[in-house]
Write a protein that binds this ligand. Structure first.
Ligand code: AMP
Length: 186
């Protein structure tokens, strides 16, 4: 089961991915986390993407898709995964669909978390994870990039009738219940 957790920065994708992972026993694949690990480990990929991430821009599609392609070869993803922060452009979504179909699988559901913009900024500024891209300037840029480049991904999956809008406000548990119902009803 391949689930895409979709939404703007601060929508709670990472938090919900952990709960979905536990409940549905699926591995969590976060491209942002993979890049942060690469930066921490000072790999060549990490050095290449550090300044892009700090500014809130997107890492080029080819690099992201190559990273996901490589990662998905691991046995733990044999039954699918929860994709958090990927795909983030229509080009990534198209490549992703091809990549999955070559493996004889496809996207099962896109859970799109809905959170008002003021709430997003408040959440990011208060989450205090110490991320170097959690400055007010980078956050505004990330939201702009989201509207410009990532939001169109939703239309791509809407055409395939895979999108389920979920209210992303309220407690972490309440939001998870909404997602669980959506996935179990599907
Ligand atoms: P995230 O942890 O998902 O908020 O991602 C943090 C940052 O990593 C983003 O602002 C981008 O710079 C980069 N990144 C993560 N996933 C992607 C992706 N699918 N495409 C391009 N850049 C990404």
């Amino acid at each position: 089961m391949n689930i895409i957790l979709f939404g703007p920065p601060g929508a709670g994708k990472g938090t919900q991915a952990v709960l979905i992972q536990k409940h549905f026993d699926l591995p969590h694949l976060s491209t942002g986390e993979m890049f942060r690990t690469a930066i921490r480990n000072k790999t060549s990929l990490g050095l290449e993407v550090k300044s892009i991430m700090d500014s809130g821009e997107l890492v080029p599609d080819e690099k992201v898709v190559a990273l996901v392609d490589e990662e998905l070869k691991k046995e733990k993803y044999a039954d699918g995964a929860i994709f958090d922060g990927f795909p983030r452009t229509v080009a990534q979504a198209v490549s992703f669909d091809t990549l999955l179909s070559e493996k004889g699988t496809s996207v099962y559901s896109v859970i799109a978390l809905q959170v008002p913009e003021e709430e997003l900024i408040r959440r990011i500024l208060s989450r205090g994870e110490g991320r170097s891209d959690d400055t007010e300037e980078a956050i505004r840029n990330r939201l702009g990039v989201y509207h410009r480049e990532t939001a169109p991904v939703l239309a791509h999956y809407q055409q395939k009738q895979l999108v389920h809008q979920v209210d992303g406000t309220g407690s972490v548990e309440t939001i998870f219940e909404r997602i669980r119902e959506q996935l179990e009803d599907n």
